[in-house]
Design a protein around this ligand. Structure first.
Ligand SMILES: O=C[C@H](O)COP(=O)(O)O
Length: 250
């Protein structure tokens, strides 16, 4: 059986107490699930969620991380803080960070390297906007975000990296890329990885799809050869929906 990685990104939803009780419900309902699972609460909810999920089959993610080790960086959260709070995986380069907060590929790459140096797993998000897709720039954008995001990351560290392909126009809109469209882009990302590293590394890379994944479309998406998991936003906020996604049957 393929090893899928199904992750929930709660974005800026759920207070610390809501997140903690939600995690307790998820822990019970996801018991025995066979896929690799993760949830990413807001920074402030992480300690409570990590405490709740200790010893469970659900990893704890952070939605972002500082590019600096420590010091005068008002409002930022360092790798050591995340480690101490119980984080296993860090999501970096999410399109909302790129679009709203102006994060560049070089800046994201600093964070990727720092997170890997601190022993975290990384989910590196890449994806094109509708204008870029319609302007014929899909491949250029996805290639640049992948290659620049992984700059100076060695092939041996790649086993700690997951790529999440999230077409920006499909995020939170209810529009999903067709499974075939998504698979084509995933195959392209693998080609880029094979050119940059090796075909073995490209084959082994876990590539998640993100963008309006729901209980009703997860199976069809995951059936595709190059889709190895999902990064789920909206549908990860309800126990029944995320459980149906996380326990989908091939
Ligand atoms: O990180 C998750 C993605 O942005 C997808 O969000 P969505 O499932 O609400 O479309």
């Amino acid at each position: 059986m393929r090893n899928y990685f199904l992750a929930g990104n709660w974005k800026m939803n759920k207070t610390p107490s809501e997140a903690k009780s939600f995690a307790a419900e998820l822990k019970a309902s996801l018991k025995g699930a066979s896929h690799k699972l993760m949830v990413a609460p807001s920074f402030i909810a992480i300690p409570g969620v990590a405490e709740e999920l200790k010893g469970s089959n659900i990893l704890v993610g952070a939605q972002n991380m500082s590019n600096a080790e420590s010091g005068a960086h008002t409002g930022e959260v360092s790798p050591e803080m995340l480690k101490d709070a119980g984080v296993d995986v860090v999501i970096l380069g999410h399109s909302e960070r790129r679009a709203i907060y102006g994060e560049s590929d070089a800046f994201i790459n600093e964070k990727v390297q720092l997170a890997l140096n601190h022993g975290f797993e990384v989910i590196l998000c890449v994806g094109e906007t509708l204008d870029e897709r319609e302007g014929g720039k899909l491949e250029e954008i996805v290639r640049t975000q992948t290659v620049e995001g992984l700059k100076n990351v060695s092939e041996s560290s790649l086993s700690k990296v997951t790529i999440a392909y999230e077409p920006v126009w499909a995020i939170g809109t209810g529009k999903t890329a067709t499974p075939q469209d998504a698979d084509d882009v995933h195959a392209f990302i693998r080609k880029v990885l094979a050119e940059t590293y090796s075909s073995d590394a490209a084959e082994a890379m876990v590539i998640q799809y993100g963008g309006s994944v729901k209980p009703g479309n997860v199976k069809e998406l995951m059936a595709k050869e190059n889709i190895d998991g999902a990064l789920v936003g909206g549908a990860s906020l309800k126990v029944e929906d995320f459980t149906a996604i996380a326990k989908f049957d091939t």
